[in-house]
Every structure is written in C-alpha cells, then in structure tokens.
Design a protein around this ligand. Structure first.
Ligand code: ADP
Ligand code: MG
Length: 252
C-alpha cells in the first residue's frame, strides 16, 4: 500500500473556489515547499484544472517574458510541473492508483470534485478521500450549499465510519474584510452545533486570485499550475498560512 494522501477541495455547487484552491495549494506545495503532488481533475462539468494547465502552457508559449521566467525556474529547480490527470469521478481512484503503480511517488494527490452527494460515483469517490476541505463563501447560495454538503458528508460518512475520511474542514473563501469577523463567526458557531468546523485561515476576496498571466502582458502571476505565486502578490493573500494549516492537518 502506498502512503499517498488523498485530499479534495470539494462541494456540490460551483463558484466557491474548489479549483482555485486546488491549483494554489498544489502549486505552493510543489513549487515553494518541494512536496511531490499530483492532481486528478474529475470535475466532469468543467475540468477547470485541465483548462488552467492549457492556459498556462499557452501563455508560456506566447509570452516571451513568461517563457524566460519558466525556463529559469525549471532549470534552477530541476523539477517537472506536477501532473494533472483528467478523468471521471467513477474512474478517479483507479487513475490515482495506476499513477502510483507506474512509479510515481506523490505525497499528496488532490482531487477536484464537484457534484451532489446523490450521485453514486461521487459519493464513492468522496468516501475514498483522506481529507476534505469544503470551500465556503458568504454568498447566500454558496454558503447554504457548502454547509449542506459538509453536513451530508459528516452525517453519512464521517459519523458512520463508512469512509476513509480522517478529517473534514470548511475553508472561508472570497470573504470581504467587512464580513469578517461578524458573519463568519456567526456561521462558525452555527456549524459547530452541526459538528462542522472551519480552518482558522480565512481567504479574502481579491482579484489577485484571478491573476494567471496573459499572452502579452507583464503582470505578476498568482495562480498558475506551473509556477509559484508571485512573492509580492502573496502579501495579504493568507496562502502561506492556509498551506501551513493544511499541512499540519494532513501531516505532510
Ligand atoms: N479568494 C478569491 N477572490 C476572488 N475571486 C476568487 C477567489 N477564489 C476564487 N475566485 C474566483 O471565483 C470563481 C470561481 O472559482 P472556482 O475555483 O472556479 O470555483 P469552483 O471550482 O468551486 O467552481 C473563479 O472566477 C475564481 O477565479
Ligand atoms: Mg471548479
């Protein structure tokens, strides 16, 4: 048995930040902290991780400045970009197992999962995760959806012991600084009564989360599947704190 850890940023509704957080945390671990990771993109509705990677390859090819940055980064670090494997929820675990059997040795495999807990393939896949992080925002629909999702996972899988899940935490994302602490604390208190708890780290709403490079521009990049986030953009993002907190939980 391999000791690869399966981690998912998961919830049923799109828009809370699953793919964004998957890309940011995977890239930070790999390109800043040197942890071997892989990503399984099993979000049949969008395949965002794959779209991100294609975007990153395109801008690197087209933008000479980015090409130089990329070249220098990979020459200095002597590594390869982490793999993003695209599949369906039903095949995701098999794809991960085959990836490890083929001689790859990721410490963490991230699964980008979207969908309701009423779909059998998705239920089975979620049950195979070791750690689940549920992005939650202060937007009413997304908030309700994330709480309902986490509540279902907690009641149907975690309390029944019918899964591999060791821990599940919610992650506040896209929070306006004025919402916190009032709104998040009220909701945290409510969730605590349901047995749910969120990470200490709160991610604010900021357009830096969408900065992923362009074919011509010379702006700094925050979210890339092939590069670490720009150091200046890291300031105030809480990404470093997020990764630290996640590492302590998943023990990597
Ligand atoms: N902290 C944030 N601040 C601003 N925009 C964000 C933040 N997190 C995510 N977004 C944006 O919100 C949108 C939805 O995020 P995404 O990661 O695609 O969600 P999901 O995968 O859950 O559907 C994207 O346009 C993304 O760039
Ligand atoms: Mg997504």
């Amino acid at each position: 048995m391999s000791d690869t850890i399966y981690v998912a940023f998961a919830t049923q509704k799109g828009g809370a930040g699953k793919s964004t957080l998957t890309a940011l945390v995977a890239s930070y671990l790999r390109y800043v902290e040197g942890v071997e990771v892989a990503v399984i993109d099993c979000d049949n509705t969008q395949h965002s991780m794959n779209v991100y990677r294609e975007h990153d390859l395109l801008v690197t090819n087209e933008n000479p400045r980015l090409k130089r940055i990329m070249h220098k980064f990979y020459l200095t670090h002597k590594i390869k970009p982490y793999q993003i494997l695209m599949t369906s929820p039903g095949d995701a675990v098999k794809v991960a197992e085959d990836f490890v059997k083929a001689g790859n040795n990721p410490k963490v495999i991230f699964f980008d999962i979207t969908g309701t807990i009423n779909n059998r393939d998705i239920v089975n896949l979620i049950a195979k995760m070791h750690y689940i992080f549920v992005p939650i925002t202060t937007e009413t629909g997304e908030m309700a959806s994330s709480i309902s999702f986490a509540n279902n996972v907690y009641n149907r899988m975690i309390t029944t012991g019918q899964s591999s899940i060791r821990e599940m935490r919610l992650v506040w994302n896209k929070v306006n600084s004025r919402d916190k602490p009032r709104l998040c604390e009220i909701i945290d208190n409510y969730m605590e009564k349901l047995g749910l708890s969120s990470l200490d780290t709160v991610l604010v709403k900021s357009n830096k989360f969408e900065k992923d490079g362009t074919e011509t521009g010379n702006g700094a990049i925050f979210r890339s599947t092939m590069l670490p986030p720009d150091k200046r953009l890291m300031k105030g993002s809480n990404l470093e704190e997020l990764v630290k907190e996640i590492r302590a939980i998943i023990k990597v």
